[in-house]
Design a protein around this ligand. Structure first.
Ligand code: APR
Ligand code: PHB
Length: 389
């Protein structure tokens, strides 16, 4: 089999790139390790920047997100019983859209299937051969048979645990990593959100986040120990702890109910450089990971897709390699800015096990400064709604 762009990974990055390429008549094949159902059962963050919305519109999948998504013009930060709002429209010209990542992926699958996209599921033993040559191939096994996909370029959209990053020789690659000493215990419940906007809470007991998917589906998180397991937390224990970490007025309003999903995610900052080796281009979680505090995972994958899509269009439509040659440089410039914001917001809002009393007081002073200083609020708003591509 042959294609122009072999895309490894059928998550948001791979699907968005494939659908965008299709709009320009550039052929791709998406190779996905799991089944479509498995990919769609993943629960992930749901705050979309305008840049991602624009790419979805360009890809022809912008209709439902604007119909069913919730535009948010601000977010709330609390510390102890105090709470204040960061107003996005006061400092930027755009809102964010609350819309589950699962729905983004669902919309992209629907569009790919409607346009006869070549999606191969349950592939295994994927191997990228000749990435540093002019004729790369992707070898894989499906239905027990070994296949070879010849291509012009390979997009490694296979996430943190994929094969693409590891294909780049370690002697040519440098990884940067920070692992946080806590995790997020998340619960999905068929209950009305405690507030119509998100609440990021710093409390003496640890971080909490009140989010949502729609008016009847809420998503909550509390910072937890790394050795915690979801089964260690009954629903009641979760709700009781969440109430302790948010302002009393919000705790009194909280509507609780059975968890329909309960999971723990570790927090990590990670970047690999470069994001290109020959004709292999890393995109999304394959190249970088952020702690979810700033909701930048999907949105940074989107800017990678934008840069790679632009470079591939240039080479195919104008025989100009400038976009591909500068892909890694351009993508990493924005990646590091979102890594910084995600690290800063995580450090500001979480309690660290080894945090001294002085450091806690500094944390509270920085939150108080954010509460009272318009320049600080503008910086936060501009990062949260999304820095320019
Ligand atoms: N071969 C084929 N597919 C693979 C392989 C492999 N060797 N390894 C992983 N995959 C698939 C995974 O099953 C997954 O569906 O690649 C896909 C990668 O998707 P994501 O991990 O969602 O990464 P990405 O598409 O870059 O999206 C980034 O998703 O994980 C969240 O927080 C992350 O919001 C961010 C967004
Ligand atoms: C979510 O709704 O899952 C969510 C929202 C904002 C974040 C992280 C997660 O920063």
């Amino acid at each position: 089999m042959r294609t122009q762009v072999a895309i490894i990974g059928g998550g948001p990055s791979g699907l968005l790139l494939s659908q965008l390429l299709h709009t320009r008549g550039i052929d791709s094949v998406v190779l996905e390790r799991q089944t479509k159902a498995y990919v769609l059962q993943r629960i992930r963050a749901g705050v979309l920047e305008q840049g991602l919305l624009d790419l979805m519109t360009e890809a022809g999948v912008g209709e439902r997100v604007y119909r069913e998504g919730f535009a948010h013009d601000g977010t709330l930060l609390s510390y102890g019983d105090e709470m204040f709002r960061i107003d996005f429209t006061e400092h930027t010209d755009k809102p964010v859209m609350v819309y589950g990542q699962t729905e983004v992926t669902r919309d992209l699958y629907k569009a790919r299937e409607a346009t006869d996209g070549r999606l191969v599921f349950q592939v295994s033993d994927v191997e990228i051969v000749g990435a540093d040559t002019d004729s790369p191939e992707v070898q894989y096994t499906v239905d027990g048979a070994r296949q070879t996909l010849a291509c012009d370029y390979v997009a490694g959209c296979d996430g943190f645990h994929g094969v693409s990053r590891k294909t780049i020789p370690e002697t040519l690659r440098k990884d940067y990593e920070k692992v946080y000493p806590f995790g997020w215990l998340g619960v999905l419940s068929r209950t009305p959100p405690v507030h119509h906007e998100l609440i990021y809470a710093n409390s003496e007991r640890g971080f909490a986040l009140c989010s949502m998917r729609n008016e009847a589906l809420s998503r909550y998180y509390i910072q937890c120990r790394l050795d915690d397991r979801p089964e260690d937390w009954s629903d009641q224990a979760f709700w009781d702890e969440l109430r302790r970490r948010i302002p009393g007025e919000q705790a009194a309003r909280l509507v609780t109910g059975p968890s329909i999903e309960k999971s723990i995610a570790p927090l990590r900052s990670f970047v690999t450089e470069p994001m290109r080796w020959g004709r292999l281009f890393l995109c999304g979680d394959a190249a970088h990971i952020v702690p979810p505090t700033g909701a930048k995972g999907l949105n940074t994958a989107a800017s990678d897709v934008h840069y790679l899509y632009t470079g591939l269009r240039q080479i195919y439509e104008e025989s100009d390699a400038e976009g591909l040659d500068r892909y890694s440089e351009r993508a990493l410039a924005r990646v590091w800015k979102t890594e910084r914001f995600s690290w800063w917001f995580s450090t500001l809002m979480h309690r660290f096990p080894d945090q001294t009393e002085f450091e806690y007081k500094i944390q509270l002073a920085e939150i108080e400064f954010l509460r009272t200083n318009k320049a600080a609020q503008a910086a936060m708003a501009q990062n949260y709604v999304g820095l320019p591509y």
